[in-house]
Design a binder for this molecule. Structure first.
Ligand code: FE2
Length: 292
């Protein structure tokens, strides 16, 4: 599937955009399915707001338990001060995650294709397991920014053998909040990990002994700022897949335009690598990871 030139570019830049990888019809079918999932979702009581800037605050059980479920996360700016939605729920959801590929037949079909298997194999993942899926809405006007990060911060294997696939379900431009990446930045090393820990162990260190409850925290290995002046926009057409190295620094800015920028992402790991037990994303024992 991938040419030697493309593989060399991935090694050099840490990403690769493959135009026309998915048909327009498949993109539209996935968008329609996501629309239906949102329509059927009852938001009563769910106020988990996703924000990478304040992960710790928002990492409640709803987020922590989503590894083997289909869950809906709101935009940070979706709520009035009294907790009611400012716009209809269809325009308020930031993303759906993280097991769409295992629990929904339409997402399952989209995620498990021969082409995807070939790309992943070309990148050295011989025993692919689908780790997580996310449907990202990047809503018109309120679609929040995702600050510069490496995916390996959130999902880590030992040795690191993972790839991210970012499917553009709509045209992504600077205006509606496309991805930006630092070419070659995957060679700068891993700066942090976002790990699961228990509140008890955090507080015990401080001399308290509260009841045990899971939470998350960042382990920082390098707190130097990213060279964000080197970021380049990855403007792509609907149907493009962007292949992302797990150490590639990337971000997406706010969507202030009137157009959404929907995308679907998949993370694939190699089954022979060790999936770290303190990764924030975990599954229950009765729902092991499935192949591609
Ligand atoms: Fe990412």
């Amino acid at each position: 599937m991938l040419t030697a030139e493309q593989l060399a570019r991935y090694d050099r830049d840490g990403f690769l955009a493959l135009e026309g990888f998915v048909s327009v019809e498949s993109c539209d079918a996935l968008r329609k399915r996501a629309e239906k999932l949102v329509r059927d979702f009852d938001p009563t009581g769910v106020i988990s707001i996703f924000s990478t800037r304040e992960q710790t605050r928002t990492s409640d059980d709803y987020f922590l338990d989503s590894g083997d479920k289909i869950r809906f996360f709101f935009e940070e700016n979706a709520f009035n001060s009294d907790g009611t939605l400012r716009q209809p729920k269809e325009q308020s959801i930031n993303k759906i995650g993280h097991a769409l590929h295992d629990l929904d037949p339409v997402f399952d079909r989209f995620s498990r294709t021969e082409q995807t298997r070939e790309i992943v194999r070309d990148l050295g993942i011989d025993n692919p397991l689908l780790l997580q899926s996310m449907y990202i809405f990047k809503q018109p006007r309120i679609g929040g920014e995702v600050t510069c990060h490496q995916d390996a911060t959130f999902l880590y294997t030992e040795p690191l053998n993972m790839v991210g696939l970012w499917f553009a379900l709509e045209d992504a431009s600077i205006d509606n909040g496309c991805l930006w990446a630092i070419p070659g930045g995957h060679k700068l090393g891993l700066k942090s990990r976002f790990v699961r820990t228990s509140i008890a162990s955090n507080l015990l260190e401080a001399g308290y002994s509260p009841p045990d409850r899971q939470t998350t925290r960042f382990q920082i290995f390098d707190d130097s700022p990213w060279p964000e002046e080197k970021l380049v926009p990855l403007e792509v057409e609907k149907g493009t897949v962007i292949v992302l190295h797990p150490l590639l620094p990337h971000l997406s800015r706010e969507n202030r335009s009137n157009k959404s920028r929907q995308a679907y992402t998949l993370h694939v790991i190699d089954g022979s690598a060790d999936y770290c037990a303190n990764n924030w994303l975990q599954r229950s024992a009765d729902m092991p990871l499935g192949g591609l």
